[in-house]
Write a protein that binds this ligand. Structure first.
Ligand SMILES: [Zn+2]
Length: 326
């Protein structure tokens, strides 16, 4: 007995954190379009949604997640499809969307990286500051080991940040040929970041919009709400039938309109004198049909929105500290 107990303890102690790797699935969205759902595992930093388009000459991958398991899922899928990755599109530079870029490029050196120029300033600003501020939390016992592992990963990604810069910079909106697939590649300036990129596939009528649409709350950390609202109007003007958010499940047009209305309302509420809890409650109530059955999501929506209303928008005159425009 004693021996068995000791063996169990030893096995637990020796279990690497990555043994908890979540199983990720590549789900079909439309003919030739797949997604890997966003995730927010306990004690972990999130991963954004990955969207994969089949192009005549290979695969177009929008957003590569944060964790090692996400990039592996993408690489395994490409192998199973027997198609090379020919293009990587970064919807924006947040690390839950771009951290897999170097691994994908290493596996497919011919892949071209499409992104806005906003990464340049982020590397010397937000990301450099985040890495420096996170460093003290790596001391033993400061945070759960999984969280510390994520922080170490983010610091390494930032240190290697030159690899996140675009091969082909997106400086405006237009139709582009990506591996033989014609996609509308749109630039939304001063939205969730200083430069968000979103895609529209006219063949399948799928819009992949990155963090212009996020649940359970709009992630306003680096946002200009005005530009973001304008970008949502641009999305609404596109004849999509399925919209893939940066965080959350695919949406119909009706669901997207509900999201857009709630977004505009919460920004207006933040500009009013209403209590932050009221603003967050109104948001949470409005998006309840989009949150699914998980009660924890509603709680998270409330808490995150209170934070964004008070500590991000109200603290900086109605926009994030990183927004350079009105
Ligand atoms: Zn994100």
């Amino acid at each position: 007995m004693r021996h068995a107990a000791f063996a169990t303890l030893f096995a637990l102690a020796a279990t690497p954190v990555l043994a908890q790797t979540p199983a990720e699935q590549v789900q079909p969205v439309a003919p030739g379009v797949w997604m890997i759902a966003s995730a927010f595992p306990p004690h972990r930093q999130p991963d954004g949604t990955t969207v994969i388009f089949r192009a005549p000459r290979g695969l177009v991958v929008m957003d590569t997640g944060r964790h090692a398991w996400r990039r592996q899922t993408i690489l395994d899928f490409a192998k199973a499809q027997r198609r090379p990755i020919v293009a990587i599109v970064n919807s924006h530079w947040h690390l839950d969307h771009v951290s897999g870029d170097p691994a994908l490029k290493a596996a497919y050196p011919g892949a071209k990286l499409y992104a806005s120029r906003a990464i340049d300033e982020a590397l010397t600003g937000f990301l450099a500051r985040s890495a420096a501020e996170a460093e003290p939390y790596l001391a033993p016992g400061k945070l759960p080991p999984e969280t510390q592992e994520d922080i170490r990963g983010d610091i390494a990604t930032t240190a290697n940040g030159a690899t996140l810069k675009p091969d082909i910079a997106i400086e405006g909106s237009g139709v582009r040929d990506l591996g033989g697939l014609r996609l509308a590649v749109n630039l939304a300036p001063d939205a969730a970041t200083a430069g968000d990129v979103w895609l529209y596939d006219p063949k399948t009528r799928v819009a992949a919009v990155g963090d212009l649409v996020t649940l359970p709350a709009p992630f306003l950390d680096t946002a200009c709400p005005k530009g973001w609202a304008a970008a949502l109007d641009q999305v609404a003007a596109t004849p999509f039938t399925t919209l893939i958010p940066g965080h959350g499940a695919p949406m119909s047009r009706i669901q997207f309109h509900l999201y857009r209305a709630a977004f505009n309302e919460v920004v207006a509420c933040a500009a009013s004198s209403r209590d932050k809890a009221d603003c967050a409650a109104a948001w949470t109530k409005a998006v309840t049909p989009l949150l699914g059955d998980d009660a924890a999501m509603a709680k998270r929506a409330q808490g995150m929105t209170e934070y964004y209303v008070a500590d991000v928008l109200r603290a900086h005159g109605g926009k994030s500290a990183y927004c350079k425009t009105g």
